[in-house]
Design a protein around this ligand. Sequence first.
Ligand code: 5AD
Ligand code: SF4
Length: 491
Amino acid sequence: MPEKIYSPILDPSAETAFAVSSDITPEALAQESKSGTRRFYIESYGCQMNFSDSEIVASVLTQQGFQPCTGYQDADVVFINTCAIRENAEQKVRNRLKEFHTLKKSKPGVLIGLLGCMAERLKEQLLEQEKLVDIVVGPDAYRDLPRLVSEAESGLKAVNVLLSREETYADVNPVRLNSNGVSAFITIMRGCDNMCSFCVVPFTRGRERSRNPESIIQEASMVFKQGYREVTLLGQNVDSYLWSPHYASKKEILKSLSRSHTDSTVNFAQLLEMVAQIDPQLRVRFSTSNPRDMTDEVLHTIARYDNICKSIHLPVQSGSSAILKKMNRGHDREWYLERIRTIRRILPDCGITTDIICGFCSETEEDHQATLSLMEEVRYDWAFMFHYSERPGTLAARKYKDDVPLEEKKRRLSEVIALQQRHSLESNQKDVGKVFQVLIEGVSKKSDKHLFGRNSQNKVVVFDAGHYKPGDYVQVKITGCTPATLLGEPV
Ligand code: 5AD
Ligand code: SF4
């Protein structure tokens, strides 16, 4: 049984890698090599935020004259953008780093750089003890990369893992990597202040800060002009987005709001509306929502705009109030179910997906059954399911015993996955006979006679290619399904 099911669009934590791809020809590469241009390669792991960060890294480097390349063997600097959310994510990166390291034998000058969340967590260990990398850069220090590369070239240890309270890379124009030319990801905030007890993100990505809305609108308008037809607004907790021209920290913004009524702040609902107004042909998605912060104002905004997709990723983590309390989620089961009822009332056709962790500290069989019964009540369209993996330094690692045996965690996870598979299939079966507007993203992996895209609810729809092309909107009548895909015919 796979630990989880992978979807590159929604999955906030996919332990899957993608490498840089660009349109450079071998001739151009040879020319660059002769002219001494330094070439970089980036491989990204983890959540969509990391993939988006790699596009910022590519932008910072190309601004300084570096060129991207498609194979790590061709690169002068090999970067790996890493995820620390679960232990197996880190293990995959370690194995890959060992592979990269062998390149040093045939190409002694090549530099290896560790980016992202593992850089924050394991700086000394990977640089000094294991000597696997030459450069270590945390998520808030990417502007410093060109200097760090030069430092490493001159044989110095190149490290910058400082976390910032202000950095949002608002002015950096991302170089779209591995893009389908149809959907672009735009980071609207960084960090997280929530301190869920199992989660390493607040430690690796630092304090929450929101990006200037003007720069977000500019970026979204620009990608629309370039032909993109969908933007996904990204943040660890988008509902908490709050921007003020005067303060970077959310705490200070809230304090200033309580002092004065002259309000120049922008919240998430307002930002969503601003992006939706760019053009009715531009679809807007967002991820990830948090049950304790998701407001009715956001739901009403989604309802008002046809081009804001009817799809909400609302992680629940557990169906047991006792476990939710230990997880420090800031809400209980009833609160969560009330949010679900409100979504269904305001947005009756909304797709709802979630994240679930099995076997958190002290989770009993009864707690596990509560998760299964919550799933029965909500009937998610899709879920990302994990077993608990203790992360050093987190509240849970310090306070609670990781006392559910691995075998038991896996058994509970397999029950959760089996139930979700049933629900996903049932949800898709209900769509058979309906007609959806689909934004086409590309050619189906299984057959070049078929295209695929997504409906507003974020379900993948596969249909006959006909004369359509990526970037087109098409009405598709659903004629069949699997648990993961809708199959249909253009009408
Ligand atoms: N163990 C297992 N799953 C985790 N997640 C976050 N931290 C852990 C952990 N320590 C999951 C949560 C979160 C998703 C991004 O990853 O479900 O929503
Ligand atoms: Fe981690 Fe919780 Fe923040 Fe999500 S909301 S990144 S799970 S601390």
